[in-house]
Design a protein around this ligand. Structure first.
Ligand SMILES: Nc1ncnc2c1ncn2[C@@H]1O[C@H](COP(=O)(O)OP(=O)(O)OP(=O)(O)O)[C@@H](O)[C@H]1O
Ligand SMILES: [Mg+2]
Length: 245
């Protein structure tokens, strides 16, 4: 059983004991429409998606196919028009927005194309923000932030402001921040979109390695076929559904 599932359901879980087969994230019939005046854009049309604990999955699809829409729904940053979203054993569609927000920080980490670091604080303080969102900061959190910065290759840069870091280094800080609270899921939306080819390759390799070490499942949205191929499962978003291409 995954750590997250165990925390939610205790030892009497209906899950099988094989950790890698536990669904850590699941959607059933997910629908999302955007309305503008008289027109309705059906972006997700009854999408079913299951991610097992610790696996890596890539999602490709044409621009405008709904990849970011899907990741925002999976993160509970937006709500579907219909369908179910499960975070481990928890039915998020039954939670209020406030309850969702309270749980998000421990359930998942996110990495975006644009990094979204806080410019006024240094790399270490940015990593600690992940923990600050869900509780107070003590020596355990400080040690973990230091460990994560070292792991992403930034031990010497931990007191640099984001503006004094390269794009690749900023994304490494964002990866460390996303993992701060030991989330069972990491969602990455085009994390290499602003990077040159070499930095992009390094970030994808890093994401795969650290997620494996941390036993976090990785959902990677990318336009890059070579990056997609590195994940254990490759999916395509087309006409509001996920398929194998
Ligand atoms: N808040 C919104 N209101 C209305 N339409 C939206 C909104 N957000 C996205 N859309 C539309 O929904 C569709 C899917 O957008 P989304 O950003 O999810 O695509 P994407 O697959 O992530 O594209 P890209 O590869 O360019 O990032 C697009 O047609 C977009 O214009
Ligand atoms: Mg997008």
């Amino acid at each position: 059983m995954s750590r997250y599932a165990k925390r939610l359901v205790g030892d009497d879980s209906p899950y099988p004991s094989n950790a890698m087969s536990d669904p850590v994230l699941k959607t059933v019939g997910l629908r999302k429409n955007y309305r503008s005046g008289d027109t309705t854009l059906e972006v997700l049309r009854g999408l079913d998606f299951t991610v097992s604990a610790g696996e890596s999955v890539s999602i490709r699809g044409e621009s405008g196919s709904g990849k970011s829409t899907l990741l925002n729904l999976l993160a509970g940053l937006d709500r579907p028009d219909a369908g179910e979203l499960w975070w481990g054993a928890e039915a998020t569609h039954k939670l209020s927005l406030a309850e969702l927000t309270a749980r998000r920080g421990r359930f998942l980490g996110m990495v975006f194309q644009a990094y979204y670091l806080i410019p006024e604080i240094d790399a270490c303080a940015n990593v600690l923000m992940g923990a600050r969102m869900v509780g107070s900061i003590g020596s355990v959190e400080r040690d973990r932030a230091t460990m994560l910065l070292k792991r992403v290759g930034l031990a010497e840069r931990s007191h640099h402001l984001p503006s004094h870091l390269s794009g690749g280094e900023r994304q490494r800080v964002a990866v460390a921040r996303a993992l701060m609270n030991h989330p069972p899921v990491l969602l990455a939306d085009e994390p290499t979109g602003n990077l040159d080819e070499r930095s992009g390759d390094e970030i994808v390799a890093l994401l795969l390695e650290v997620c494996a070490e941390e036993k976090a499942a990785l959902v990677l949205v990318t336009h890059n076929p070579a990056h997609a191929k590195k994940t254990s499962r490759q999916l395509f978003l087309k006409t509001g559904q996920l398929d194998h291409g």
